[in-house]
Design a protein around this ligand. Sequence first.
Ligand SMILES: C[S@@+](CC[C@H](N)C(=O)[O-])C[C@H]1O[C@@H](n2cnc3c(N)ncnc32)[C@H](O)[C@@H]1O
Length: 187
Amino acid sequence: MTALDRQSGADPFRAICEQTERHRRQHGCWAYPFGDGPALGTLARAVGAARILELGTALGYTACWLAYGSPQARVDTVERDPEHIMLAKRNIIDAGLSGRVTVHAGSFDEILPSLEAGYDLAFFDGYAPTPGDVVAIRALLRPRGVLIAANLDLEGGSAVRAALADEARWRTAPVLEDGRTTISVAI
Ligand SMILES: C[S@@+](CC[C@H](N)C(=O)[O-])C[C@H]1O[C@@H](n2cnc3c(N)ncnc32)[C@H](O)[C@@H]1O
């Protein structure tokens, strides 16, 4: 959530964001809600995304933003924690988005090979991605598809930055969350 949205109350999924913060403290997990839901929604709309892949659902905050941002999109979101999956499914139903958002239960390594390629937009928010995650996601994106990669300040992030700086494969800019999140276009 941006400072502007915190002030104006313009985030329609603020309750899920706040629930995620409370849940993390009780559960002792690392379910940090992404800091700029409105930016994700705006990017999904700008891309005109029809198919969106998310890695790291937590309680569904960003899956809802991605679906809300691009009203024609179907969102596949991947999560391995059973409690997060249960809460996310409930939140997605309550948001009226269950017809367009599918929560896939399992690890990224298990689920990604089962998905059909051709995604317009991918959002990685499952702690820090690995260079292997970047390769797997690129294989699922269409040409000129967009990858938003969060948490690049965490351990391992610099290897991913290096992978995303390979201009034979990506054009990348560190433009969200003070550069901790990059936006890349697949070449
Ligand atoms: C930072 S939270 C996601 C936050 C969410 N995008 C939001 O903004 O509310 C990271 C989530 O990724 C999940 N996760 C981490 N590694 C994973 C993996 N290898 N496979 C599946 N889920 C994973 C965690 O269980 C956690 O719920």
